[in-house]
Design a protein around this ligand. Structure first.
Ligand SMILES: Nc1nc2c([nH]c(=O)n2[C@H]2C[C@H](O)[C@@H](COP(=O)(O)OP(=O)(O)OP(=O)(O)O)O2)c(=O)[nH]1
Ligand SMILES: [Mg+2]
Length: 316
């Protein structure tokens, strides 16, 4: 079945996002949506979005950037949601078709009933753009100093992956970081599982956010409902599909370029990276040889953002 290309606008102002209620008679009627509509033949997606936002809300979008693309099969219809964040616009939104509107808090989005295809949009809106992965050398104080520097450089999430440290030190880092900032902290599965696959329940309950290595993904069931916040490392489409099937919230795709930590691995390159992002059904982070300056480029590929260690280490 060929897909219907839909331009979707996430209209954001200071942690609030505009939702509209779909009319009962429409496809997915009665559910909340991000405003937008079908891209016409020959029309560019941003032109379509601008047109739809004028028609549905009487606003003129002046600043937009790609967020995520989702292909979803409803059975009766396949849609390609081409989702953009709109961060500046002229005019005051009002429902031009009589549709109810609401400015929802970003952290309340999980309480709204959306069409099934929208789940990854909600994930994308609540996940950070920049994740700092902690270095695999250095004592706990040095790792904490790395995290403080990363925060100053804009990191809005952490993955604790300092494999030289034991569970007590990871526990210590987790609580120090929690005191320092309110950003999400994922614990790498290598800290959670011992060699025979037994999970460290104390660390798991502390974390609630797990990052799975591709090797540990087969054990995903062991984290129960924590899976809904989990991320996973992937290197190809097969691993992305396995992560999606496990119910993971987002994936890291690597290596985009060769990195100091894996100098022998061939990079995917941005072309192959974006082709895989287009196939993924969850938000995707670029990992491997990233620099902070790569973030806008990654976002233009509809990536969620970038993750890494060295991008926070080798800054002036
Ligand atoms: N606008 C929008 N459409 C969504 C969302 N989620 C989702 O699955 N869809 C689906 C429902 C529809 O099948 C399709 C969008 O079509 P639409 O009904 O908005 O299209 P349109 O504005 O051009 O409306 P129409 O004139 O054809 O009625 O995408 C969403 O968040 N926003
Ligand atoms: Mg519409």
């Amino acid at each position: 079945m060929s897909s219907v290309h839909v331009a979707v606008g996430v209209i954001l102002t200071q942690k609030k996002v505009l939702l509209a209620k779909r009319a009962q008679h429409q496809h997915q009627g009665g559910l909340w949506e991000f405003p937008g509509g079908k891209v016409e033949a020959g029309e560019h997606v941003t032109a379509a979005l601008n047109r739809e936002l004028k028609e549905e809300l009487a606003i003129n979008a002046t600043q937009m950037q790609p967020l995520i693309q989702i292909r979803h099969d409803y059975g009766d219809k396949v849609v390609l949601l081409d989702v953009w964040t709109v961060t500046a616009f002229d005019g005051e939104p009002s429902g031009q078709e009589g549709q109810p509107l609401v400015w929802a808090d970003l952290n309340q989005l999980i309480h709204y009933d959306f069409p099934a295809a929208n789940r990854p949009i909600v994930s994308a809106l609540t996940l950070p753009r920049l994740i700092a992965v902690t270095p695999s050398s250095g004592a706990k104080d040095e790792v904490l100093a790395f995290c403080q520097k990363a925060l100053a450089l804009g990191a809005a999430g952490f993955q604790l992956r300092s494999l030289q440290l034991g569970p007590e030190d990871i526990n210590w880092l987790h609580s120090k970081l929690t005191e320092l900032c309110g950003v999400p902290i994922w614990i790498n599965s290598a800290h959670l599982f011992d060699n025979s696959g037994v999970i460290n329940q104390a660390l798991l309950s502390l974390a609630a956010h797990v990052h799975f290595t591709s090797r540990h993904l087969v054990q995903a069931k062991k984290v129960g409902s924590c899976i809904a916040n989990a991320t996973a490392s992937c290197h190809n489409l097969e691993e992305i599909r396995a992560a999606e099937a496990a119910g993971i919230k987002a994936v890291y795709l690597s290596p985009v370029s060769a990195t100091p930590s894996h100098p022998d691995a061939n990079g995917l390159g941005w072309d192959a990276f974006s082709q895989l992002v287009a196939k993924a059904k969850v938000p995707v982070y670029a990992l491997g040889g990233m620099a902070l300056a790569d973030l806008p480029f990654a976002q233009n590929c509809y990536a969620q953002g970038i993750a890494g260690i060295s991008l926070f280490q080798f800054q002036p």
